[in-house]
Write a protein that binds this ligand. Structure first.
Ligand code: UD1
Length: 428
């Protein structure tokens, strides 16, 4: 297994181009199963989660061509599609469950393994299933699989108990080919939901209101082809913006939508970083001239437009070095503090109290052997390691590969002392 070797680094400086959004491209790829014509998807990031989705779609019978250099995937799902998704792939990545809505709508029948729990929480799919039932599908759970059937789905009024991103996307995709109108209330308003709706509309769907808490979907007979540019990854952008603070540097992220970064920008300013929107992108600068220091702040994760849970761990890598006490409250996932134990190995002072982490800022961190406990936790530990004294060995970085394209290379270009070692366990 690969690992990162990270050494104490100078302040990171320069500009970095952000890739297309992982959380937008995964549902868009699933949605391409709905289209009878060719779909061209641009600015696709080179991440292992995208590779997993590509394999899943191919096993379901779609044809895909991925030009990794150009960042373009072409999909064609015009042939015979299979109704059964493979356990091996679905268990690897929860977003695989997003093929359920498109397959149910297109084929009238689908059998997908339950995605199961994961390190950050139980993550059930009850809201997805309630939505499919409301659209008239017969939904059964047996032997760890979810089977759903409906000759033709029927539009319905659906209220989500919680604005789940995945449930909003899965139900929206199913409703696209349903008879009549579906009104989805209390739905997720994340930019990735809007991007998915834009993709579907460009293929011929009739979706209105994506980005608000009520989405109206008027069913159409079929979807044709689409050519779509994926939105920039706000979480990757956020990770580099935090890196500027952690390393007392000056980083400009380009290929970003500043509006999507609002909740993070507000917090970066609150902790005393200088954030400016430039023509090129967003610049985050440590305020050396004003004494610099990072000030403690309280953070509560919430569905968009609140502070993103996917930035919680990275922001913590800033707060562990801040002056004063910060409280980070995680409201979206019940077990998303796995990184705390690893930060503590590096000298951080953090206590968990129920759904909050109480952080007493420390002056220095020390390099240690740590593990990426999940994708964002892994990125957060890499950031903290840049400012720790000595060397940090960060293992289990396959988690990081799931959602970052060349993280070590991009950090290195900004001056970070980080290198990747492949298969270190075999060398020992
Ligand atoms: C998506 C993102 C993930 C991000 C999360 C929240 C993708 C591929 N992944 O995940 O990176 O952290 O949004 O912003 O886009 N829930 C239920 N029942 C359901 C569905 C969800 O109880 O049927 C709960 C979950 O357990 C969790 C909360 O709702 O506690 C939020 O989950 P959800 O918004 O669905 O996240 P995902 O779509 O899985």
């Amino acid at each position: 297994m690969a690992r990162f070797i990270i050494n104490n680094s100078p302040p990171l400086k320069g500009s970095v181009k952000i890739s297309g959004s992982k959380n937008a491209v995964l549902p868009i790829l699933a949605a391409s199963l709905l289209a009878e014509g060719e779909c061209v998807i641009r600015d696709v990031p080179c991440q292992s989660d995208v590779e997993t989705m590509r394999m899943l779609l191919e096993r379901l019978g779609a044809d895909l061509y991925w030009d990794k250099e150009a960042g373009i995937i072409q999909t064609l799902a015009s042939g015979r599609l299979r109704t059964e998704a493979e356990y091996e792939l679905v268990s690897k990545m929860r977003a695989s469950f997003l093929v359920m809505g498109p397959l149910l709508a297109r084929l009238g029948e689908v059998n997908v393994p339950l995605p199961g729990g994961c390190a950050i929480g139980a993550r059930p799919v009850d809201l997805h299933l309630k939505g499919f039932s409301a659209l008239g599908a017969q939904v059964m759970q047996e032997h760890g699989n979810v089977r759903a059937k409906a000759k033709r789905l029927k539009g319905a009024k659906i209220y989500l108990d919680f604005p789940s991103v995945g449930a909003t996307e899965n139900i929206m995709m199913a409703a696209v080919l349903a008879d009549g109108v579906t009104v989805l209330e209390n739905c997720a308003v994340e930019p990735e939901v809007v991007d998915l709706a834009n993709f579907l509309n460009s293929a011929g769907a009739e979706i209105r209101g994506a980005g608000t808490d009520t989405i109206k979907i008027t069913g159409v007979k079929s979807l044709s082809e689409a050519d779509h540019q994926v939105i920039p990854d706000r979480i990757e952008a956020g990770t580099f913006m935090v890196a500027a603070g952690v390393t007392k540097g000056d980083i400009t992220v380009t290929n970003v939508v500043a509006d999507h970064l609002k909740p993070l920008i507000a917090k970066l300013k609150e902790v005393n970083l200088d954030v400016t929107e430039t023509e090129a992108g967003v610049r985050v600068k440590y305020q050396e001239e004003k004494g610099g220091h990072i000030i403690a702040a309280d953070v509560k994760t919430l569905p968009y437009p609140g502070f993103p849970t996917d930035m919680q761990a990275q922001f913590m890598s800033l707060l562990i070095l801040a002056e004063g006490t910060s409280i980070v409250t995680e409201t979206v996932f019940e077990n998303r503090f796995m990184h705390v134990g690893e930060f503590k190995r590096m000298g951080a002072d953090i206590k968990i109290e129920s759904r909050s982490a109480v952080i007493e800022g420390v002056k220095n961190l020390t390099g240690a052997q740590v593990k990426a406990t999940d994708l964002r936790a892994g990125a957060a530990l890499a950031l903290a390691a840049l400012t720790a004294s000595g060397t940090t060995e960060l293992s289990d970085i396959y988690h990081i590969d799931r959602g970052y394209c060349n993280l070590a290379e991009k950090l290195s270009q900004l001056g970070a002392r980080i290198r990747r070692e492949e298969d270190f366990s075999e060398k020992k």
